[in-house]
Design a protein around this ligand. Structure first.
Ligand code: ZN
Ligand code: ZN
Length: 291
């Protein structure tokens, strides 16, 4: 029975979705293959932390000693060349505890530091819950995670029947994976709520319920999609941008694809990130893979 409980856990769900999206999105193969390998390490770290239950004061040392080495190993074995090179040179000069501590403290970090800290800390925070999350530094307001003060990675619309908030919008924390409710048509970066300043970009062929600008010709830019394939590549994902702070994030609509696992689907949507960047927007928080 314990096995069944584990199989239905968040990591099994992420692994399953990663496998599905590998078939659906061949252009995202490099990212998804690597993420799939990393998930194995994260799942083990999650299980071990659940049993070891390090206290909040030992969190940074625990993650640096018990999780960082395995994340480094899998990254050196399965990561992209650029990441492998950056990791090798960074680890010669840096104590992993400093990297993890900087992420816990919400400090600015170069991409490789942030990747390593985030990949290693995430599963431990998920396993330990509120007390560990409460020890993280960050603003607790509507635009940040109420548990750990982390920034939002993405936004999603829940399946209406599943939630009393009836199709409510949620933001997902980049640091501890908690979700919290957030008003629709309000920028998660700056709180702007004037709809004229909040452009939405969704693909041609999607039935976005709210007003939206169209991302045209996405298929033509992706290998493996012919002109004959008129259906949207990401029917359930759209870009939600803000002309005031010039930030954006991706929104995953679970009603449009109930099998979606937002954290995995967001990683696969690189072409939408490129579209947003071409329009001069930057993501509120780059995802685990740096996009
Ligand atoms: Zn959080
Ligand atoms: Zn904004």
């Amino acid at each position: 029975m314990a096995k069944a409980a584990v199989a239905a856990g968040p990591y099994a769900e992420r692994r399953g979705r990663t496998r599905d999206l590998l078939v659906r999105y061949p252009f995202a193969r490099e990212v998804l293959d690597f993420y799939g390998a990393l998930l194995g390490v994260q799942e083990q770290a999650h299980e071990e932390a659940r049993l070891a239950r390090p206290g909040a004061r030992d969190l940074v040392a625990y993650v640096a000693e018990m999780v960082v080495p395995a994340v480094v190993d899998v990254s050196m074995a399965a990561g992209p060349l650029k990441l492998r090179e950056a990791l090798a040179s960074r680890l010669e000069t840096t104590d992993p505890r400093d990297l993890v501590a900087a992420w816990v403290q919400g400090k600015e970090q170069v991409m490789v530091d942030r990747y390593l800290a985030r990949a290693a800390l995430g599963p431990v925070l998920e396993a330990l819950g509120s007390e560990a999350a409460a020890s993280c530094i960050g603003v607790r307001d509507r635009r940040h995670c109420p548990s750990c003060g982390g920034p939002p990675q993405l936004s999603y619309f829940a399946i209406p029947d599943e939630d009393l908030a009836a199709g409510g919008r949620f933001l997902l924390c980049a640091r501890c994976d908690s979700a919290w409710g957030y008003a629709r048509m309000t920028c998660p970066g700056c709180g702007e709520d004037s709809s004229s300043l909040l452009p939405i970009f969704s693909e041609e062929g999607t039935s976005s319920g709210e007003r939206g600008s169209v991302v045209r010709g996405l298929q033509g830019r992706l290998e493996g999609y012919s002109d004959a394939e008129r259906k949207a590549v990401f029917p359930h994902i759209r870009i939600e941008a803000c002309d005031k702070c010039r930030h954006y994030l991706l929104n995953v609509d679970l009603a449009a694809d109930p099998a979606a696992v937002p954290v995995v689907d967001e990683l696969s949507a690189l072409p939408l990130d490129l579209c947003a960047r071409e329009r001069g927007f930057s993501k509120i928080t780059p995802n685990l893979m740096g996009f």
